[in-house]
Write a protein that binds this ligand. Structure first.
Ligand SMILES: Nc1ncnc2c1ncn2[C@@H]1O[C@H](COP(=O)(O)OP(=O)(O)OP(=O)(O)O)[C@@H](O)[C@H]1O
Length: 445
């Protein structure tokens, strides 16, 4: 650590230098605010010990000037006038910590270690954020689909309340993405968003993951461990695939939703948590209730606010914009120029039913970018199941009835523009005729 010691008393500077150098730090000294700023201008420091009293000057006033010069600097304020108010004021102005005079070498070491640990954590977090941004394209809430637009509007309204929300929809439709969006739009946004993926854990592990456990609660429980409910304090807990919970856990979750109370596994003490619950499922919950697999009372607790996300098939307007977005993202990550989608690829993407929804589209495009040649993405870059989905295979001049060609042309035009009116304008017919034709195609499908 590069440390700057700012104190007008030579003795104190000397004591700190000896102690800090003994702990492996590189130390510079300054006796006045001007000297401190000049020292920083010459080279960065990680940590500064600053006396509150610098002759006629004040360390508290120097603090913002130091931070303006070096925003990543951690400042520890030293003072013989240790009052609670000064400490609070110092922290408000951006100090990392507070060291009362007279101090011992052990206190200095302690403060140093704490600052070091904090710096490591901050940089680790920064790394993780960077990695995440690299690996996952940023979710977009832009949509031209009326069904998706309605779902997002619902989420925006739900964000203003604290009621439980149930997100329904096929796998890969973006339930997790919307749960996170809901959290970041809500007043809880500065607190944690914690996800639990219910089907991936055994009953006992899931109970312990959710509510925590006491030491010795089961083999392998070597220490007390808080659960995700406690981690999510003040924030949002996202229960993915909630229908997969065992009956015993359903009962515990119901109690938590009703009373906000729970116990860690193997512990008598009842704890409280302020957590907003958002749950998701791709299953038909009413059927699970009718067949005795899911508690009816729990369903009604979870679905106070309920929204269904459309499948990708139900939002054809978004297919190509999403595809282009993923292509741009993965090309950038691979430091390549983003290729175009060929017309044949666009037709194929529209013809394929996308049972895995947005997730499947994203994965298919990531793969296509790796296996395909640069410049233009052709259907050959996709797996067989997708590449063979060329719809009715209509080609101009091919052996088709006029009606089949018309139908295919109309469907493709509708998928390529956001509104029915725009499609009608492109096709040169009026919107009511187009609406009737679409109804007819839907009835035939
Ligand atoms: N609006 C979106 N913008 C960008 N990517 C999205 C969007 N919606 C979904 N995705 C992509 O699809 C993937 C799946 O989304 P998500 O995990 O939210 O789906 P899900 O409905 O929760 O699926 P499952 O039930 O299988 O967990 C995400 O990781 C993301 O890559």
């Amino acid at each position: 650590m590069r440390v700057l010691v700012v104190d007008d008393e030579r003795n104190i500077r000397h004591t700190l230098r000896v102690c800090l150098e003994g702990l492996g730090c590189e130390v510079r000294e300054a006796a006045t605010p001007e000297a401190a700023l000049a020292a920083l201008a010459q080279g960065p420091a990680d940590l500064a010990f600053v006396d509150l009293r610098l002759g006629n000057a004040s360390g508290l006033e120097l603090l913002p000037r130091l931070l303006a010069e070096s925003p990543a600097l951690d400042v520890i304020l030293i003072t013989a006038y240790a009052t609670f108010d000064t400490a609070v004021e110092a922290v408000k102005r951006g100090a990392r910590d507070y060291l009362p005079k007279p101090f011992t070498p052990a206190q200095i070491r302690h403060v140093l270690e704490r600052a070091k640990a904090q710096r490591e954590l901050t940089s680790h977090l920064g790394d993780l954020e960077g990695q995440l941004a690299q690996a996952v394209p940023e979710a977009t809430l832009e949509t031209a689909s009326p069904a998706m637009h309605a779902a997002i509007g619902f989420i925006q309204r739900a964000a203003t309340s604290d009621a439980a929300v149930l997100l329904r929809g096929e796998s890969g439709t973006g339930k997790g993405v919307l749960a996170r969006a809901l959290h970041s739009m809500s007043a809880r946004r500065k607190r944690p968003f914690v996800t639990i993926n219910c089907p991936t854990l055994s009953e006992q592990l899931l109970a312990s993951e959710l509510f925590g456990h006491a030491r010795g609660a089961f083999t392998g429980a070597v220490k007390d461990q808080p659960g995700r409910v406690e981690q999510a304090e003040g924030g949002t807990l996202f229960l993915d695939e909630v229908a997969e919970m065992s009956p015993a856990l359903q009962a515990q979750l119901l109690r938590f939703l009703q009373e906000k109370q729970f116990e860690r596994l193997g512990e008598g003490r009842t704890r409280k948590a302020d957590v907003r619950v958002v749950a998701a499922t791709h299953r038909d919950l009413e059927k699970d209730v009718a067949e005795g697999r899911f508690r009816e009372d729990l369903m009604y607790r979870l679905n106070v606010l309920e929204v269904k996300l459309p499948s990708l098939r139900e939002r054809p307007e978004d297919l190509l914009p999403l595809a282009r977005r993923f292509i741009a993202f993965f090309a950038k990550a691979a430091q390549r120029p983003a290729p175009e989608l060929s017309p044949a690829t666009e037709a194929m993407l529209r013809a394929y039913p996308w049972p895995g929804n947005v997730r499947e589209l994203r994965n298919a495009l990531e793969r296509a970018l790796i296996v395909g040649a640069s410049g233009v993405v052709e259907p050959q870059a996709f797996p067989e199941r997708i590449a063979s989905a060329v719809g009715p295979g209509v080609t101009l001049g091919g052996p088709h009835t006029l009606e089949a060609v018309e139908r295919e042309h109309i469907l493709r035009v509708m998928a390529s523009v956001p509104t029915l009116d725009e499609a009608a304008r492109l096709l040169g017919i009026d919107a009511s005729t187009l609406w009737r034709k679409r109804k007819k195609y839907e009835a035939e499908a």
